[in-house]
Design a protein around this ligand. Structure first.
Ligand SMILES: Nc1ncnc2c1ncn2[C@@H]1O[C@H](COP(=O)(O)OP(=O)(O)OP(=O)(O)O)[C@@H](O)[C@H]1O
Length: 377
């Protein structure tokens, strides 16, 4: 019986039920979390207990289903209100953290043109739909496409002191890109030191608002310059984008090896242009099949999702209103949201959290779950 157990056991029951629901090994509370779990029988008639749960990952679209799952698994809490909020942990690398930013997630591809930028912007919107505060940094110094995909290629960041700049805000997403600062041709001739200097300025001279996730769209490739650029950003983890054909997965493999070398966890692989679905519903696989699954197996990671070759993805990204934003109820948007939830859950349950001392606002982050039961009428 849930309410005959002691406080710690009750919390563990709830944590276990949440972990089971999201199919992760465990979610856990901070040991010093204030937890008051009292027997509902002791409450005055007409008063209802509220269980307050603070999750370390953003999964807004699943909350109703989670509440139902909790009540099914723990029938004793069936008459309680369940309030769920998010408190994403901080996992960005300790070295030179970006103020206000809790987690920095690189989106990377070995090969160019596989849909890395389209994935970055849609992932940013999808994480936001799931309840996160999100920013996007276009680190693709040589071919910045984020401004086009966010629909504001002519925009320019404001600066009050000529030293720092405010990111562009697009539908609640904070964004900065070399594309907002110089024209594409100037950037494309930059070599190593100039490119890394520009990237460092973009990262540290942008006044980011408080962000749960900063998505970083890295340039394609795995050469020395990409290695240096990846080291310039205090990355928490990386997501690899590839198309299914061997020529692309071979390059994605080099990308994974690069992150392994830098000891940056790879959250998983997004297979883009995975299949084509005709109006009759039949799927075909013009770029072959199975490459990403094999790659994920070889590197002990997972395929986070498979996106179709889709006119909607191309048209809306290239016209400045990514599909997740333009067609929120589409099947493709549902795939991006599922990828976003997996990314968030993995960050919140598998990465090593730590507190930043330099930045008080960001220091609110904790890992896993906090559970509190309060008496509300
Ligand atoms: N799943 C998809 N279906 C159809 N078109 C797509 C898909 N994903 C991306 N595209 C389109 O393919 C083109 C290349 O995509 P994108 O710019 O995102 O690739 P990239 O990997 O970032 O390229 P780069 O090497 O320039 O950085 C764009 O026109 C984009 O809209």
């Amino acid at each position: 019986m849930f309410f005959s157990k002691n406080k710690r056991e009750r919390i563990q029951d709830i944590e276990q039920a949440i972990a089971d629901y999201y199919a992760v090994d465990r979610v856990y509370t901070k040991t010093d979390a204030i937890v008051v779990l009292a027997d509902p029988a002791k409450y005055a008639v007409g008063k209802k207990q509220t269980i307050e749960i603070s999750l370390g990952f953003t999964v807004k679209s699943t909350l109703e289903a989670l509440k139902n799952a909790l009540q099914q698994k723990l029938p004793n809490i069936v008459n309680c209100n369940i309030d769920i909020s998010f408190n994403v942990p901080i996992t960005q690398a300790k070295v030179a953290p970006i103020p206000n930013v809790k987690n920095v997630i690189a989106v990377s591809s070995g090969k160019g043109g596989v849909g890395k930028s389209a994935t970055s912007v849609n992932l940013a919107y999808a994480l936001q739909k799931e309840g996160a505060r999100v920013g996007i940094l276009d680190a693709d110094i040589y071919g910045p496409s984020v401004p086009i995909m966010l629909g504001n290629p002519q925009a320019h960041p404001d600066s009050k002191d000529n030293r720092t700049m405010y990111p562009l805000m697009v539908e609640g997403i904070a964004a900065n890109s070399i594309g907002y600062l110089v024209d594409g041709e100037s950037a494309s001739i930059w070599r190593g030191p100039m490119a890394t200097k520009a990237l460092k300025q973009l990262i540290y001279e942008t006044k980011w608002p408080l962000l749960d996730y900063l998505i970083v769209d890295l340039p394609p490739g795995t050469g020395d310059i990409h290695l240096t650029l990846s080291q310039q950003v205090p990355l928490s983890a990386a997501v690899i984008v590839t198309t299914p054909q061997t020529i692309a997965t071979a390059d994605a493999k080099k990308g994974i090896a690069m992150f392994e070398k830098l000891a940056i966890p790879v959250l998983g692989i997004v297979e883009n242009m995975s299949y084509f679905e005709c109006k009759c519903g039949e799927k075909s696989y013009p770029f072959s099949q199975g490459g990403s699954v094999l790659l994920a197996e070889q590197h002990g990671t997972e395929v986070l999702g498979e996106l179709p070759l889709s006119n909607d993805i191309r048209e809306h990204a290239d016209n400045g209103k990514p599909v997740v934003n333009a067609l929120p109820d589409s099947n493709v948007t549902a795939i991006y949201q599922s990828i976003a939830r997996k990314v968030s859950i993995k960050v919140g349950t598998t990465l090593q959290p730590h507190q930043l001392t330099r930045d008080k606002t960001a220091a609110e982050g904790k890992n896993g779950v906090n559970i509190q039961v309060v008496n509300k009428s």
